[in-house]
Design a protein around this ligand. Structure first.
Ligand SMILES: *[C@@H]1O[C@H](CO)[C@@H](O)[C@H](O)[C@H]1NC(C)=O
Ligand SMILES: *[C@@H]1O[C@H](CO)[C@@H](O)[C@H](O)[C@H]1NC(C)=O
Ligand SMILES: *[C@@H]1O[C@H](CO)[C@@H](O)[C@H](O)[C@H]1NC(C)=O
Length: 300
């Protein structure tokens, strides 16, 4: 309920450009309301109004998907970037439990957008992944919902194109019942009381920018594979496996049948080094007329 009030307030801020009341006043009132919903908000987190109208208007959250994530998270010439990407989902990917964290994230967005940037520090960027719509991306990242992916994207050196800096990634899983906006805001390195450096850095093979799979360009395929596996009903997988194994076994038997000396199979029965061997060995032993027929039976 609270979240819907916040959402409608957010909406009214977005519409404020058309209205008579200046955006600044509307946003100020809205911020006070929003703050009252966040019991533990750090008092030192500034009012976004102080940061100017642009901060309120600019509080855009980029939708991250399988097509744009590599471009967005690449190190750039322009400067260092800090990415805070909220990973959420719906009934299928989050078992319908992400609602509380969603509300906390929505409340934290304007607060994050308003954090003052000190000169020379990195630019703070906000992103969101909806695992319901981006199952492949979430599989490739092995992301669980709700969580925050925090990337520190370094600046490229324009003078030295061979310089390949790494992008430290920290993943914070959010508690579905107790996450607050304050907790999310303090993941930004510039927030007062930030604890992002306490979150262990991830540098394994699944790192979306620096990991081995990303470097070889196969991470997306892995995502497709895991996703396809996850969304295929198990009965279908069983049918395919049994069909494939039959095909395989059939081909193996047929292959053996064509071979000239199948000693490994033939030694057990005295009647036929012949049987699996097919017609040629059988013809070589004219004394056993039944062997050809036996061989045929055995093969079945
Ligand atoms: C998610 O599940 C809840 C409860 O089962 C249901 O009310 C809601 O409509 C579902 N939402 C979607 C998008 O399917
Ligand atoms: C959060 O905001 C998004 C868009 O701004 C909205 O679609 C969503 O319903 C909101 N969620 C909650 C729980 O407030
Ligand atoms: C989430 O928060 C609740 C309430 O604080 C706590 O009881 C629970 O253990 C937490 N869950 C996890 C996975 O940390």
């Amino acid at each position: 309920m609270k979240s819907s009030i916040v959402a409608s307030l957010l909406f009214s801020v977005a519409l404020a450009q058309d209205a008579q009341i200046p955006l600044k006043e509307k946003a100020a009132g809205w911020f006070d309301k929003a703050k009252s919903y966040i019991p533990s908000v750090t008092p030192s987190i500034p009012n976004p109004i102080d940061a100017g109208d642009s901060a309120v208007a600019d509080k855009k959250v980029q939708k991250i998907n399988i097509r744009n994530y590599q471009r967005l998270l690449q190190p750039k010439i322009d400067g260092e970037e800090e990415w805070l990407i909220y990973v959420t989902g719906g009934n299928k990917s989050c078992f319908g439990r992400c609602g509380k964290a969603d509300a906390a994230w929505n409340q934290s967005v304007p607060l994050l957008a308003a954090l003052p940037q000190s000169a020379g520090s990195s630019e703070l960027k906000l992103g969101q992944v909806d695992c319901e719509k981006e199952p492949v991306l979430c599989s490739a990242w092995a992301a669980s919902c709700p969580s925050i992916f925090h990337f520190t994207v370094p600046q490229l050196n324009s003078l030295d194109p061979t310089y390949k800096p790494t992008s430290p990634l920290r993943v914070k899983d959010l508690n579905v019942t107790s996450t607050t906006a304050d907790e999310i805001v303090r993941l930004a390195s510039r927030a007062p009381g930030s604890y992002i450096m306490d979150v262990p850095e991830y540098s394994g093979v699944l790192h979306p920018v620096d990991g081995m799979l990303a470097k070889f360009g196969v991470q997306e395929y892995l995502g497709y594979f895991i996703w396809a596996l996850g969304s295929t009903p198990s009965w279908l997988i069983m049918i395919v496996i049994s069909f494939a194994s039959r095909q395989f076994m059939g081909r193996r038997m047929a292959g053996n049948a064509g071979r000239p000396a199948p000693n490994t199979y033939g030694t057990s029965s005295p009647a036929g080094a012949a049987p699996a061997g097919g017609p040629a060995p059988a013809a070589a032993k004219p004394g056993t007329p039944g062997s050809a027929g036996k061989g045929g039976k055995k093969r079945r």
